[in-house]
Design a protein around this ligand. Structure first.
Ligand code: ZN
Length: 188
């Protein structure tokens, strides 16, 4: 297994819809193994295929909630159902989200509180997870990646302006930029 470079916002792979996984062979297994390792070293709670340059509908997640319950897995060809996004403004503390492809930054974003994820695992076996709170947020964030959407694309006006400014100031927003977890000091 290997830690993979994580693409930074601006690379076309991050902004294009990913393709369904059809080949469940050794290549996919190796990719997912590398994604788990990359997520761990970054560190992150989720990582999607496009973030490591693989335009495939696959993401990994690893989240431990306040009660110590750990949810770790891989979702391949996922479908996601969500409850309506709550009304109101995103809270700077409660709703602050980050992304390894916009490294070191956080901006508040309202998300649906509940989600149902349906996907298959590495063996092509279907599974379903019904969840709320932060794991539901992670699923929405990672699922978005598979459609070429970053969380910064969803921000309210003020946060959106701040994010654009940060991206420009950092020299991001163009193709071919990446950072290597464990080597570059760009994580959180
Ligand atoms: Zn992300």
């Amino acid at each position: 297994m290997a830690v993979l470079p994580i693409l930074i916002t601006g690379d076309p792979v991050l902004h294009s819809p990913a393709l369904p996984v059809v080949d469940f062979g050794a290549h996919l297994r190796a990719l997912v193994g590398d994604m788990f390792e990359t997520m761990e070293v970054a560190p992150g709670v989720g990582l999607a295929g496009p973030q490591v340059g693989a335009g495939l509908r696959v993401f990994v997640f690893d989240w431990t909630d306040d009660d110590g319950l750990r949810s770790r897995g891989v979702a391949i060809n996922p479908e996601l159902w969500i409850t309506p996004t709550p009304a109101g403004a995103a809270d700077e503390d409660e709703d602050s989200e980050g992304c390894l492809s916009v490294p070191g930054e956080r901006f508040p974003l309202l998300r649906s509180n509940a989600a149902i994820l349906r996907a298959v695992d590495l063996d092509g076996v279907p599974f379903e997870i019904t969840t709320t709170g932060w794991l539901a947020r992670i699923f929405q964030h990672e699922y978005d990646h598979l459609d070429g959407t970053l969380y910064v694309d969803r921000l309210e006006h003020a946060s959106s302006k701040a994010a654009s400014k940060t991206i420009k100031k950092s020299g991001w927003g163009k193709p071919g930029l990446s950072w290597l977890p464990g080597v570059d000091d760009l994580g959180e």
